[in-house]
Every structure is written in structure tokens, then in C-alpha cells.
Design a protein around this ligand. Structure first.
Ligand code: ZN
Length: 190
């Protein structure tokens, strides 16, 4: 049974700790598997989030998850039909956008293998910094090596929005938040 966890809010100290590596034989233990299941359940419960790191539910381990919705956002932006896509069901999926169930990619002990020099600026928010958003410069492309939840090592390259999400989540494992990097921080309208 997976449980929806409370998302830790800034200025909780767990958000500022350097998260610990997961021991590889620990990946398949119920403790780690339950943690990942809880993270998925928690992210699913927050419709405005596309990524979640273990410290955000109070566990200082090097694990984060990214919803495949991040890929969908990239696809939508590329084809320039983000609005329309959110309003009308997609051809290859009969469910309305808001009701779609997204799978998650799990990154355990992620390591940056390659990063593009070029950066782009975009707005960003965080489930642990409610009520604020800001513009943050991030590298346009990144390649990350990590273990998945079955303990298999993988390497994945990402660009644009997905690359931004990866960098945001990697920061969480270092105890960093987007507000540390943001050029401008604004309050979201209530
Ligand atoms: Zn965050």
C-alpha cells in the first residue's frame, strides 16, 4: 500500500541536507520500494507537480521521480499546441488531459554525465516552496546516469523542459532549491 505523504516545506532543514546515496542492494528492499511507491502516490496527488525528490517527503536519500507528463509538455511545446492539447483529448489517448494517469521515471543515485554549456531561462516553481515562482537559468541539455527501481543502471539524455526538471530535482539532492538560483522570485496569485 502506498501512502500520500505530506510535502515538506521550506525552510525545513531536510531540504537543505546533502542526501545520502542508496546502497545498490537496498534498492529492491521493501523499505526502498515502499518509499518509491509513496513518492509516486504523493506526486500523483499533486496535479501541478512533475517531479519529486525523496527529501521533499522527509527522506534524505538520493532518489527522485519525474512524471512522463514532463515529456508530454516538451512534445506540446515543440509543436506549439500546449493550450489546445490541454483542452482537447489527444488522438492517441482518449482521456482528457487532466484525467490522464502519468507513469514516473525513477532516478536513484543520479550522476551528471554530460551537460550542455548553453543555458535557457524559464519560470519554475517547487512543491516545497508553495506560493512562489521564479525565472531560473538552466542548461539546455543534460545526460544523467542512474539506477531505476529494479536496480538497473540506465543513461538518459534530456533537453528543454525535461532537462530543466532533472536539474531541479538534482538540486534537491544537494540541498539546493530553485529560489537559490532564481533571478526573480514572484508570488503566485492566490
Ligand atoms: Zn522542487
Amino acid at each position: 500500500m502506498s501512502i500520500v505523504k505530506l510535502i515538506v516545506q521550506e525552510p525545513h532543514k531536510v531540504l537543505r541536507q546533502m542526501a545520502k546515496e542508496v546502497l545498490i542492494p537496498e534498492i529492491l528492499t521493501p523499505r526502498t520500494q515502499n518509499l518509491i511507491a509513496d513518492m509516486k502516490e504523493t506526486l500523483k496527488n499533486t496535479p501541478d507537480g512533475v517531479g519529486l525528490a525523496a527529501p521533499q517527503i522527509g527522506v534524505s536519500l538520493r532518489i527522485f521521480i519525474v512524471s512522463e507528463e514532463a515529456e508530454e509538455i516538451d512534445r506540446a511545446r515543440k509543436s506549439g499546441w500546449e493550450r489546445r492539447n490541454r483542452e482537447t483529448p489527444e488522438i492517441r489517448n482518449d482521456k482528457p488531459y487532466e484525467e490522464r494517469e502519468w507513469k514516473c521515471y525513477v532516478y536513484i543515485n543520479p550522476v551528471i554525465k554530460n551537460i550542455a554549456r548553453k543555458k535557457t531561462e524559464d519560470s519554475e516553481g517547487c512543491l516545497s516552496v508553495r506560493g512562489k515562482y521564479g525565472t531560473v537559468k538552466r542548461h539546455e541539455k543534460i545526460t544523467v546516469e542512474a539506477y531505476d527501481e529494479s536496480g538497473k543502471k540506465f543513461t538518459r539524455g534530456a533537453s528543454n523542459f525535461f532537462a530543466r526538471v532533472l536539474q531541479h530535482e538534482l538540486d534537491h539532492l544537494e540541498g539546493a532549491l530553485f529560489i537559490d538560483r532564481a533571478e526573480k522570485i514572484m508570488d503566485t496569485e492566490k
